[in-house]
Design a protein around this ligand. Structure first.
Ligand SMILES: NC(=O)c1ccc[n+]([C@@H]2O[C@H](COP(=O)([O-])OP(=O)(O)OC[C@H]3O[C@@H](n4cnc5c(N)ncnc54)[C@H](OP(=O)(O)O)[C@@H]3O)[C@@H](O)[C@H]2O)c1
Length: 304
């Protein structure tokens, strides 16, 4: 049983979210080493605060919370019955949001929020959300619509197209079967999109000259390879902005602003969440395999 140290809370976990980062970390991918044996996986989760450490008001006991960076640079993640972690990493969960939904926020919800902040969309902008049926893409589409943008989303099946449209996408394009460049040209009157939210830079960068307008920008949160080949001459000649980020390591000011906006949107019931599967914690290995398979639409959550 973990004990909350100074400045920490202990959370009784009700739902633990599995993300691609979790199986990548487990496999030692992206150059990451497991920080200690044993590691309890998972960054995302939700539950109830049942104890507080020194310096944390006792009034937080009983609070419903969602968790960010549960396992980031720490051995003990959310795939457990209890976790002790810094108090600010347990964010109040509005009463209208379930624990399962709260377990989707730390990585998918927050990544989409940070991508939107960096995209700096203005009402009327057109944005292409790559992987529009993905966990992050699902929230990115919704947040882009809330900012008044026209949203194009790439998908790979009719079911994924329906999922992206249900999140608010104005157009879903099957990037495996359709000519993506031609479809984007058609939908933007030949101008190209203002911004791309990118989930696989390595696979998709070559197509940017067909997709982006001059002075457009790409916000990159994912890539299938450690290195990518970029159309650099075209990027330079067209003054394209390229912005990367890792959600675990965003600035404190961004973290605070994201928590505020996500909390307001959640409380107002303005975000849709999709739980693809809820499994008992004992089936964590299956959960990781399913997330790695990449065919699900929505998040996998585990119940301790
Ligand atoms: N930088 C960060 O902090 C950060 C944060 C969160 C996630 N990530 C990374 O971002 C990626 C997506 O995460 P996720 O949780 O959203 O995963 P996910 O739920 O598996 O969704 C990924 C989606 O992208 C689609 N896709 C795959 N290859 C594509 C391509 N070349 N072009 C367009 N769409 C493609 C997939 O469908 P099809 O295969 O059917 O096309 C799937 O719908 C992962 O690699 C993850 O590690 C990074």
């Amino acid at each position: 049983m973990p004990q909350p140290g100074p400045g920490e809370v202990r959370v009784r976990i009700r739902a633990s979210g599995a993300n691609p980062s979790d199986w990548k970390t487990r496999k030692g991918g992206s150059g990451r080493k497991l920080i200690a044996p044993p590691v309890i996986p998972h960054s995302d989760g939700a539950g109830d605060i049942d104890a507080v450490g020194e310096g944390v008001p006792a009034s937080r006991i009983g609070e419903r919370v969602w968790i960010w960076n549960g396992q980031w640079k720490r051995a003990s993640g959310t795939a457990a019955e209890y976790i002790a972690l810094p108090a600010q990493q347990a964010v109040p969960l509005p009463a209208n949001v379930s624990y399962d939904e709260g377990a989707c926020l730390g990585i998918p919800g927050f990544t989409a929020w940070q991508a939107m902040r960096l995209a700096a969309l203005q009402p009327g902008d057109t944005v292409l959300v790559q992987g529009g049926a993905g966990s992050v893409g699902h929230y990115a589409i919704q947040l882009a619509k809330l900012r008044g943008a026209t949203v194009l989303a790439t998908v790979s099946s009719e079911a994924k197209a329906a999922h992206a449209r249900a999140a608010g996408a104005d157009h879903a394009i099957d990037y495996r079967r359709e000519d993506l460049g031609a479809r984007v040209a058609e939908l933007t009157g030949g101008r190209g999109v203002d911004c791309i939210i990118e989930m696989d830079l390595a696979a998709n960068a070559a197509s940017y000259p067909k997709l982006l307008r001059p002075h457009g920008r790409v916000v990159v949160y994912g890539m299938s390879g450690a290195e990518a080949t970029l159309p650099t001459m075209w990027l330079m000649q067209n003054s394209i902005g390229l912005q990367f980020f890792l959600i675990y390591e965003i600035a404190q000011a961004d973290r605070d602003a994201g928590v505020r906006e996500l909390t307001d949107l959640l409380a107002a019931g303005k975000l849709k969440h999709t739980i693809a599967l809820r499994l008992p914690l004992a089936e964590i290995a299956r959960a990781h395999d399913l997330v790695e398979g990449g065919t699900l639409m929505g998040n996998v959550v585990l119940a301790p």
